[in-house]
Ligand binder design. Sequence first.
Ligand SMILES: Nc1ncnc2c1ncn2[C@@H]1O[C@H](COP(=O)(O)OP(=O)(O)OP(=O)(O)O)[C@@H](O)[C@H]1O
Ligand SMILES: [Mg+2]
Length: 293
Amino acid sequence: MTTESEENQGDEMEATTSKGSLSEIAAARTQKQPGSNALGVGLEARGVHAWFGEKHALANVSLDFWPGTVTALIGPSGCGKSTFIRTLNRMHEFIPTAAMAGEVLLNGEDIYAAGVDVTKIRLKVGMVFQKPNPFPSMTIAENVLAGLKLAQLKIENKDDLLEECLERAGLWAEVKDRLNTHGGALSGGQQQRLCIARALAVRPQVLLMDEPCSALDPGSTLRIEETISQLSSSVTIVIVTHNMQQAARVSDYTAFFLSDGGPGQMIEVGSTNDIFSRPKDERTENYVTGRFG
Ligand SMILES: Nc1ncnc2c1ncn2[C@@H]1O[C@H](COP(=O)(O)OP(=O)(O)OP(=O)(O)O)[C@@H](O)[C@H]1O
Ligand SMILES: [Mg+2]
């Protein structure tokens, strides 16, 4: 397992290193002033704050997510990673006592602007959770199509869509002969890929993943990572992970969050290579080298 994952990591790191233009974009991006040039940016958080009642959980986070890239959010427990990711598709506001400030721009338009339809935002910015949550009494096929049904979207060619989404989620080969069995009968890793297929069926531009592999065994984890790599050319992905190797394997960019007694903050963002090889902030270095957290 160790040898295999090290080998995989080597391959992925090499693939990431070879993306010269991406490193250049990352270098330009970290110098970019918040508020300048939103055009051409898939998703952009600007000055995001979050509260739970009186508690200021997240302070002034500005972060860009470029189309077709994978960004990993890392940091110790309680630093606000989940809170932040929930502000990116307006899930935060559904928690009682929760409040937020700042802007989240999707293709240059603030998803928090007056009159914006929250359901439409959720269709464009999908989410996959830590624990796979398929509808257990629905069949595999019904699970994949559930989001479309909920949004009352017309399904043109059901069979093609099913195959496409399950294929993109890396599950087709394993379930194609049992699409009418219950989603709850799949293994944990398969259920998580089913949830990814369900999220993809509504054709999101962005996929948010909050520790999607933390409940999975190493084999299923690698399978999900392959899925993420395959999806990243067509979907912008934001993934929260406590697994540094996973961040190094799957992400183009990494953002480090930390709560130093006060609200969580984004300490540093850069190309994943830079964050893991030459972070600018000592606190990032301490975290990625395992000195704390
Ligand atoms: N529903 C809630 N009500 C009150 N406080 C909350 C709620 N959810 C989170 N918090 C607080 O907000 C802060 C950030 O929590 P959050 O879940 O975003 O951290 P995290 O970085 O995702 O941690 P972990 O790595 O453990 O998942 C924490 O102090 C947490 O206790
Ligand atoms: Mg969390």
